[in-house]
Design a binder for this molecule. Structure first.
Ligand SMILES: O=C(O)C1=C[C@@H](OP(=O)(O)O)[C@@H](O)[C@H](O)C1
Ligand SMILES: C=C(OP(=O)(O)O)C(=O)O
Length: 447
């Protein structure tokens, strides 16, 4: 859904200890993939625990436009009746991916080797983000793309009628680019090979295997080499979506900021390509118990018991960045309340997310009285005993910036107002209710 509705300003104030159980929604990355891969399988894929955030709903609508039947049975309970690899029909309308980079880039990959022409667009955030990182490798399959200057949406892709398999080394750490190339490779004859120098989230590899694709992964001196055999018949899979570790990071970090908090966050994915934030929090001295480790929906999960305690600033190892890329905004907020300095390096990918997240956090933290330093690919935050707050910060159509400042507002001396919290609905529609249920003083306000 593109365009932008009425802004929803939200104010967070100093709060009593957070207590209770925080049931965070399903994983966004896995939810997008379950719908897209289900649409490329033959037969019914049943999905439980699907994230019903706007990003994922936009992907569901897109799959319908390509000819798949997508049905909601109840909350989080969905079926996709797929059309098979190469079976996408040409949509009779523009595919609007709303705020979602994952939706746009993965769907581009999925249609790139089908003989159809598709126009993509998105909201005021997505239309600023670079798509050349996906259309460049898709051109190797024979896909043509025409978009705005700088490879921006709106953009039209003409799928390759006679695709050839590709070998591609992904130049930046990006699971979206890796996944787009693999999805395009599904409908190319022969073997498509993707090499990634730095490992990124591996949901595409895990799930494609689950859907019956032949895919191997090899660790080599060159990096991770992923080899996919094209033109399989994908068989439907029952997908139980685990809870999203990126969404969980918000109540977890809030509980680590608000004195005397003690919360339980059940069933959070601990996939090693996603758990960098939890390793970092433990390095900072956080009191987190990883209880009942088990497997759910093919992913390792644990129940997190989180108790407030003093934290110290850390230098986050840059090689950890890909495994916590979406968690830097909330880490930067938490770092403002830790003892000492937190240094986040090797994070220039943050500049091409829903907003320039280094800039958005830097400006917002400064407005709240926190000392920071930034470079092109780093952010340093100086912790303080008490964060002044008392500012309105801009969310820049970015859900993670909005949620990070709501969390910081729970401990700041004066309230923090987020100018527009509406983007939170893209990934965490029940965020406000979940946080207030724990005792957080969060409210929408009318100016
Ligand atoms: O593949 C995915 O599901 C995602 C990959 C990451 O993006 P990049 O591939 O651009 O790093 C991440 O930031 C995004 O929230 C989800
Ligand atoms: C970067 C994100 O999402 P996307 O790229 O799918 O818009 C995110 O959710 O933090």
């Amino acid at each position: 859904m593109s365009g932008h509705g009425t802004p929803i300003p939200m104010t967070a104030r100093k709060s009593p200890p957070l207590r209770g159980v925080a049931e965070v929604p399903g994983d966004k990355s896995i939810s997008h993939r379950a719908l897209i891969f289900g649409a490329m399988a033959v037969g019914e894929t049943r999905i439980t625990g699907l994230l019903e955030g706007q990003d994922v709903l936009d992907t569901a609508a897109a799959m319908r436009a390509f000819g798949a039947e997508v049905v909601q049975h109840g909350p989080g309970d969905w079926s996709v009746f797929g059309v098979g690899v190469g079976g996408f029909a040409e949509p009779d309308r523009v595919i609007d991916c709303g705020n979602s980079g994952t939706g746009a880039r993965l769907i581009m990959g999925a249609m790139a080797t089908c003989p159809i022409t598709v126009t993509f667009t998105g909201d005021a955030s997505l239309t600023k983000r670079p798509m050349g990182r996906v259309t460049d490798p898709l051109a190797l399959f024979g896909t043509r793309a025409v978009g705005r200057a700088g490879g921006r949406l709106p953009m039209t892709l003409v799928g390759a009628a006679d695709p050839v398999p590709v070998r591609y080394t992904v130049p930046m750490p990006s699971a979206q680019v890796k996944s787009a190339v693999l999805l395009a490779g599904l409908n190319a004859p022969g073997q498509t090979v993707v090499v990634e120098r730095e490992p990124t989230r591996d949901h595409t590899e895990r799930m494609l295997r689950g859907f019956g694709a032949e895919l191997t992964v090899e660790d080599t001196p060159e990096g991770r080499v992923i080899t996919l055999t094209g033109q399989p018949e994908l068989r439907p899979l029952d997908v139980a979506v685990p809870r999203d570790p990126s969404s969980a990071a918000f109540p977890v970090c809030a509980a680590l900021m608000v004195p005397d908090s003690d919360i339980l966050v059940p069933g959070v994915s601990q996939n090693p390509t996603r758990n960098g934030i939890y390793l970092t929090l433990v390095d900072m001295g956080a009191d987190i118990a990883f209880e009942n480790p088990r497997e759910e929906g093919g992913e390792p999960v644990a129940d997190l018991r989180v108790r407030f305690g003093p934290l110290k600033g850390v230098t986050v190892p840059p090689e950890r960045a890909a495994s916590m890329i979406d968690e830097y905004p909330v880490l930067a907020a938490l770092a403002a309340t830790a003892q000492g300095t937190t240094v986040m390096r090797g994070v220039k990918e943050l500049r091409v997310k829903e907003s320039d997240r280094i800039d958005a956090m830097a400006r917002g933290l400064e407005a709240c009285g926190v000392r920071i330093e930034e470079t092109e690919d780093s952010l340093t935050v100086h912790g303080m005993a008490s964060v002044p707050g008392g500012a309105t910060v801009a969310s820049h159509l970015d859900h993670r910036i909005a949620m990070a400042f709501v969390c910081l507002g729970l401990v700041a001396e004066k309230p923090i107002r987020v100018d527009d919290a509406s983007p939170i609905a893209t990934s965490f529609p029940l965020f406000e209710g979940l946080m207030t249920g724990l005792g957080a003083q969060v409210a929408r306000d009318n100016g």
